[in-house]
Write a protein that binds this ligand. Structure first.
Ligand code: NAD
Length: 300
């Protein structure tokens, strides 16, 4: 029977380790907080006194820690897991860390004959408790197949993100979008309130447009992702509307930080000759500025 080690029994790791125990596996858990190790015992898990001890006989070792420093110290420092991990075992790091750190941890583990899967988590501890997390998986196909039965105890949605390191990369893109959209949602509702709109009316109306339906599922697929920037709504008109909102915000003291930053992106697109293109062509402007190649044929 596959043996599991689990380092980091906090808000996310605790319930996840518990769900693997419920799935019938021996799970040796370690956390620097002894209370969390005691909770793991209450959940029928096995206690470890160090990361190294959690690794003894483990075929799969999970890490669910705050940041890359914690992952590196739990693996590579004194009493770290690598002291006892056997060749051929698989480390699954579910922490949200910088993807370049993921790459260097993978390389270091490889020198010890250990594979790594990066597997950060979408959704929150609410879903982690009931085994319904979304897993962004990055690793070799064979390794992913090996660990799949265990991952399925943690999540109900497994997304293979396309190879080693891609789970970690996907997670940062996801969190970039969700963290910024959080601020954008707050800015929009603050402006709405400051100019006298009812919040419920505002949410109701926004839910019927790309504001809530999202560009990625509405305007992008029909236009720029289809290599078509013939205008459904022109860039210069979008900038005109954004300008009105930013001006209104200034007049009623509603801070529109993201709105002001977005003016630059629209202006840069216009400077590039995209004034009469569809507003989704900001994506072409951004890719250009990133030095990425654009499709050869674009319908204007
Ligand atoms: P947490 O702080 O509740 O848990 C982290 C645990 O790691 C703590 O219990 C801490 O004592 C332990 N720890 C720290 N250093 C250690 C070490 N060297 N050895 C052993 N244990 C150590 O945090 P969390 O909410 O469980 O988040 C963990 C990771 O998951 C983070 O990278 C976070 O960004 C990510 N994440 C969190 C959520 C969420 O909703 N909470 C959702 C998705 C991803």
């Amino acid at each position: 029977m596959t043996k599991i080690g689990f380092i980091g029994l906090g808000t996310m790791g605790g319930p996840m380790a518990g769900n693997i125990v419920k799935g019938g596996y021996d799970v040796k858990g370690f956390d620097i907080n002894p209370t969390l190790v005691k909770n793991h015992i209450k959940n029928n898990g096995i206690a470890a006194n160090s990361a190294a001890e959690a690794a003894i006989n483990s075929d799969i070792l999970f890490t669910m820690l705050p940041n890359a420093e914690h992952v590196k110290s739990s693996l590579f420092e004194k009493n770290g897991a690598v002291e006892n991990l056997k060749k051929g075992s698989i480390v699954i790091d579910m922490s949200t860390i910088h993807p370049f750190e993921t790459d260097s941890i993978r390389e270091k583990l490889k020198t010890h004959g250990i594979s790594m899967i990066d597997c950060p988590i979408g959704r929150t501890s609410v879903e982690a408790k009931i085994g319904k997390s979304l897993l962004m998986v990055g690793g070799d196909k064979n390794d992913i197949e090996t660990v799949k039965p265990v991952l399925e105890l943690i999540g109900d949605t497994l997304k293979d993100c396309g190879g080693p390191g891609m789970g970690s990369r996907m997670k940062i893109v996801n969190n970039y979008m969700t963290t910024v959209l959080n601020v954008l949602s707050g800015e929009a509702l603050t402006l709405a309130r400051a100019i006298g709109l009812e919040q419920s009316t505002c949410i109701d109306v926004l839910s019927g447009t790309a504001a809530v339906k999202s560009h990625l599922t509405t305007t992008y697929p029909s236009k720029v992702l289809n290599n078509d920037v013939s205008p459904a709504f022109m860039i210069h008109l979008a900038l005109k509307d954004l300008g009105i909102a930013v001006d209104l915000g200034e007049k009623v003291n509603a801070p529109l930080d993201l709105g002001k930053a977005s003016v630059n992106t629209y202006q840069s697109s216009i400077n590039e000759g995209r004034s009469n293109q569809d507003w989704t062509s900001v994506f072409l402007n951004l890719q250009n500025r990133a030095g990425l190649s654009l499709p050869e044929e674009i319908k204007e």
